[in-house]
Design a protein around this ligand. Structure first.
Ligand SMILES: Nc1nc2c(ncn2[C@@H]2O[C@H](COP(=O)(O)OP(=O)(O)O)[C@@H](O)[C@H]2O)c(=O)[nH]1
Ligand SMILES: Nc1ncnc2c1ncn2[C@@H]1O[C@H](COP(=O)(O)OP(=O)(O)O)[C@@H](O)[C@H]1O
Length: 402
């Protein structure tokens, strides 16, 4: 149980209708979900408000200061909040950049439930809302030397604007041609362990004696650029991603034989014999896991490189339709500083006009949250945003709750 926060307890008596909260600059917002009241807001200094979170448990009468996960929104001068009835609270920041005004505070999603169980504390998690969708990321696993890197390079070369590579962190030393920030983020173990502890990684694993991991940011920057993300990770990492909110397609690459795998590793000439033997030893277990764990959607044999590449392209829907399936880069959301918020089912109605302008056309922005994807600890995608003419679209009967 946390300490009671310093704010006017009277606020708690105010019921906000239908899970809505909207207040002006010097107040926190209270959102009630079942027997919990989430107080969102709070002042850090005079010019801006950090968006802190406190929870009042009505059943026990106790205050909780939750563990806050995910990347927090920057302080702002006020915000509106709407409960989405799915364990998420939508937060609309006022007076902020178009691409940084929609956030989700997850209070009871699957991810948050899992974290609560693991940490044994009350947990909430932030996730930034992003307009539009990107294609499912592609996870590629397989034993060292099977040809993952070669196949990924071929894809990136043939479809440079379609795919982006998730640059992992690793504690292993760079090989001759490898560049920091391009092939890997080469990192000190202590630094990486601290970042893992801070929740910055989607997954991590110890592989061949080194630490490897995919940061949440590594995947999200690729998606932000409107590209389909490719992850080259080991089987343990693939399992963690399977359990995460990232809806990926999982492909396991097999060698034609263990002898051939050894030949490829030795011909690559990047590892000392001791490392090669370790990789071959680990390959046995990886092959077993890859084939029988149920993690992978597809298994590809990399015997003849060209055949395997063609097969991979087919699995990814790239057999001649590549240009047609390319998606536009998701755009930011242009919301004005002054607005009020209401809701009809899965549509959040943002009234952008001053009262005297309310009759003007295009004064409403609709935020459609019916197809949200992803979420904490990464971004929440799938937001659809459009302006409507409040009269011609028959929305003039909206009940303004805030
Ligand atoms: N779990 C996890 N595995 C990774 C990550 N990055 C690379 N790996 C895996 O680590 C293993 C070793 O990679 P690397 O040192 O580049 O050697 P290579 O596979 O022989 O090219 C491979 O199985 C990679 O798929 C990561 O971010 N997470
Ligand atoms: N189908 C293949 N036949 C022969 N050699 C291959 C094939 N695929 C990849 N290679 C070679 O095998 C070596 C290991 O490939 P690489 O892509 O680095 O594997 P991984 O990333 O899985 O460790 C490289 O020298 C590469 O050129």
């Amino acid at each position: 149980m946390g300490k009671a926060p310093a704010f006017i307890v009277d606020d708690l008596q105010n019921e906000y209708q239908n899970g809505f909260g909207f207040k002006h600059e010097d107040c926190e917002i209270a959102i009630t979900i079942e027997d919990k009241k989430y107080l969102i807001g709070g002042s850090d200094d005079e010019s801006a408000f950090s968006i802190g979170v406190r929870i009042f448990d009505k059943a026990t009468g106790n205050w909780e200061i939750p563990t806050v996960l995910g990347t927090k929104p920057k302080p702002c001068k006020g915000h509106s909040a709407v409960s989405l009835n799915d364990g998420r609270i939508l937060i609309i920041k006022k007076g902020f950049a178009p691409d940084d005004c929609i956030w989700f505070l997850e209070v009871d999603t699957e991810y948050v439930k899992k974290q609560k169980k693991g940490l044994g504390t009350e947990v909430v998690a932030w996730s930034k809302g992003v307009r539009g969708n990107v294609e499912r990321p592609v996870v590629i696993s397989g034993p060292s030397g099977v040809g993952k890197g070669t196949l990924i390079s071929m894809l990136m070369k043939e479809f440079p604007s379609m795919f982006g590579f998730s640059v992992s962190h690793t504690t292993r030393a760079p090989r001759g041609m490898e560049k920091d920030g391009v092939h890997y983020h080469f990192t000190e173990r202590s630094v990486m362990e601290k970042e893992i502890e801070d929740g910055k990684f989607l997954e991590f694993a110890s592989v061949h004696g080194n630490l490897y991991g995919t940061s949440i940011e590594a995947v999200e920057v690729v998606a932000d650029a409107g590209k389909r993300c490719i992850l080259d990770i080991d089987v343990q990492g693939a399992r963690s991603v399977r359990d995460s909110t990232l809806e990926a397609i999982f492909i396991f690459i097999c060698p034609p034989s263990m002898e051939e795998l050894g030949k490829r590793l030795r011909a690559r000439g990047t590892e000392a014999e001791e490392q090669i033997l370790k990789r071959l030893e680990n390959a046995e277990a990886e092959m077993e896991q890859g084939k029988s764990s149920g993690i992978f959607d597809h298994i590809c044999y990399n015997d003849k490189l060209e055949d395997c590449y063609e097969n991979l392209k087919k699995l990814l829907g790239l057999d001649g339709t590549a240009v047609a399936t390319q998606k536009l880069s998701p755009q930011g959301i242009n919301l004005p500083v002054d607005h009020s918020v209401s809701r009809i089912d899965n549509k959040i109605i943002i009234n952008c006009g001053a009262p005297e302008l309310e009759k003007a056309s295009k004064s409403l922005i609709v935020l459609d949250v019916s197809s949200l994807k992803g979420g904490a600890p990464g971004r929440t995608r799938g937001l659809d945003v459009y302006a409507v003419d409040s009269f011609s679209d028959g929305l003039n009967g909206i009940n303004q709750l805030s």
